[in-house]
Design a protein around this ligand. Structure first.
Ligand SMILES: *[C@@H]1O[C@H](CO)[C@@H](O)[C@H](O)[C@H]1NC(C)=O
Ligand SMILES: *[C@@H]1O[C@H](CO)[C@@H](O)[C@H](O)[C@H]1NC(C)=O
Ligand SMILES: *[C@@H]1O[C@H](CO)[C@@H](O)[C@H](O)[C@H]1NC(C)=O
Ligand SMILES: *[C@@H]1O[C@H](CO)[C@@H](O)[C@H](O)[C@H]1NC(C)=O
Ligand SMILES: *[C@@H]1O[C@H](CO)[C@@H](O)[C@H](O)[C@H]1NC(C)=O
Ligand SMILES: *[C@@H]1O[C@H](CO)[C@@H](O)[C@H](O)[C@H]1NC(C)=O
Length: 361
């Protein structure tokens, strides 16, 4: 079947039918380009050559990936890899750190494990690429695109059509606010103030991106950070989620959602969607039987122990290591984000597919 030759992803259950419906018909992606900003949930290798312990280029990472450990913090593809596939990109969006042989006109992935909105976030683990630096890297790419297309005006017209995916903020909690032994933020800010400061900074970065051609934004809220296996193991009691951590991070998500509403009302030349990751209920009806324990044996920092043997029933685990979802959960998350029609209180567009196909004049 012609479809199979084009699949760069081993698809899970429901996604398979969708692939054939779409890929067999035509080979053009739904948006010409996709730019990705974020943390380890989206990183596909940007940390590989940095001095940091947040660098998954060893077994058992990538055990479900055709190229093994690539720098993805999972057993297989990331959520945005799968979304890119659903948007009919022929290849994953390449990491900024390794663009050799890639077409930058299709997009670049700037995401970096352990990074946050704040510059200091995650640095107790080593080096990373915070959001501000990810934007600087994007400016480098824009100048290269301008050269390719014959000028900055042409580049801007082209960039207007791209999708910008931003999933960042988890580390500003898990690798900053919740680590008072390394960071003073929890002493300097109440949870309300901290969320306010984070969203204010993020809002500025979004505005900067708008200034350099971005028009279609998918902004991701922070999930249940107090339910990660690492949070439970290091700061939890009796193996249950840390309710206060979830509540603190939820303030951020609500403010981010307000920002999305505000921008949609204020700017008529751009569109924003809010992705509510806490709306996805992970339970046995989706096939997950182990929700709060990692599939691989964890190091004390929550990463997999190098060379360790992961669980074999990976489709039943929500988490691969102490922080990061399995390929199985990423697949479900991606398909929901891609074309879910359920999003309480949100008006059109509500999903990535609608955002991609939207014509903005
Ligand atoms: C999208 O939605 C349609 C209709 O609800 C569904 O049949 C399909 O499986 C969904 N997923 C994809 C990836 O298109
Ligand atoms: C990684 O960085 C070092 C030092 O900057 C450099 O010598 C090396 O070539 C880099 N390796 C890759 C694969 O980029
Ligand atoms: C860079 O990308 C190429 C092609 O995808 C891959 O073969 C190579 O291993 C990558 N290098 C690094 C340092 O990740
Ligand atoms: C944890 O378990 C112990 C013993 O079962 C119980 O006394 C305690 O109240 C529990 N703590 C929480 C926070 O649930
Ligand atoms: C996300 O969805 C959940 C469940 O529908 C809802 O309770 C929550 O308020 C939503 N979060 C935001 C920020 O809208
Ligand atoms: C799982 O979640 C779905 C959607 O929220 C819900 O309808 C279903 O009842 C839940 N199933 C179990 C076993 O908790």
């Amino acid at each position: 079947m012609a479809c199979e030759t084009k699949i760069w992803l081993v698809l899970h259950f429901l996604l398979l039918a969708a692939c054939c419906m779409q890929h067999c018909v035509h080979g053009v992606s739904q948006v010409p380009c996709l730019f990705i900003f974020g943390d380890s949930l989206s990183d596909t290798g940007n940390n590989n050559n940095l001095s940091t312990s947040a660098k998954p280029i060893y077994h058992p990472y990538g055990i479900e990936h055709p190229h093994g450990p690539t720098g993805r913090f999972s057993d297989g593809y990331t959520t945005i890899d799968i979304i890119a596939q659903l948007l009919e990109f022929e290849n994953p969006i390449p990491p900024f750190a390794n663009l050799s042989g890639s077409d930058i006109l299709k997009g670049v992935n700037y995401a970096s494990g352990s990074a946050g909105i704040r510059e200091e976030t995650g640095k107790q683990l080593g080096n990373n690429i915070p959001l501000g630096l990810q934007l600087k890297n994007h400016r480098i790419i824009i100048s290269q695109i301008a050269t390719k297309l014959g000028g900055l005006t042409q580049a801007m017209q082209y960039l207007n059509k791209c999708l910008y995916y931003v999933n960042i903020g988890s580390n500003d909690y898990m690798n900053n606010y919740f680590q008072p032994q390394y960071y003073s933020t929890s002493r300097n800010y109440t949870p309300e103030q901290y969320a306010e400061v984070l969203v204010k900074h993020l809002s500025q970065y979004i505005q900067d991106l708008h200034g350099i051609g971005a028009r279609k934004f998918a902004l991701y809220g922070v999930g249940y950070v107090g339910c990660s296996p690492n949070s439970i193991a290091t700061r939890g009691t009796n193996g249950s989620c840390i309710k206060q951590e979830n509540l603190d991070a939820l303030i951020f998500s609500h403010k981010l959602r307000d920002l999305v509403d505000q921008n949609n009302n204020q700017y008529h030349d751009s569109k924003y969607i809010f992705i509510n990751s806490t709306a996805i209920k992970i339970n046995s009806s989706l096939g997950f039987t182990v929700i709060h324990a990692p599939c691989c044996p964890m190091r004390s920092d929550g990463m997999c122990i190098p060379g360790s043997k992961p669980c074999s029933n990976r489709k039943e685990y929500a988490f691969y290591d102490g922080f990061h979802p399995t390929f199985a959960l990423n697949s479900i998350t991606a398909s929901i984000i891609y074309n879910s029609t359920v999003s309480p209180g949100v008006t059109y567009p509500i999903n990535v597919q609608q955002l991609a196909q939207l014509v903005i004049s």
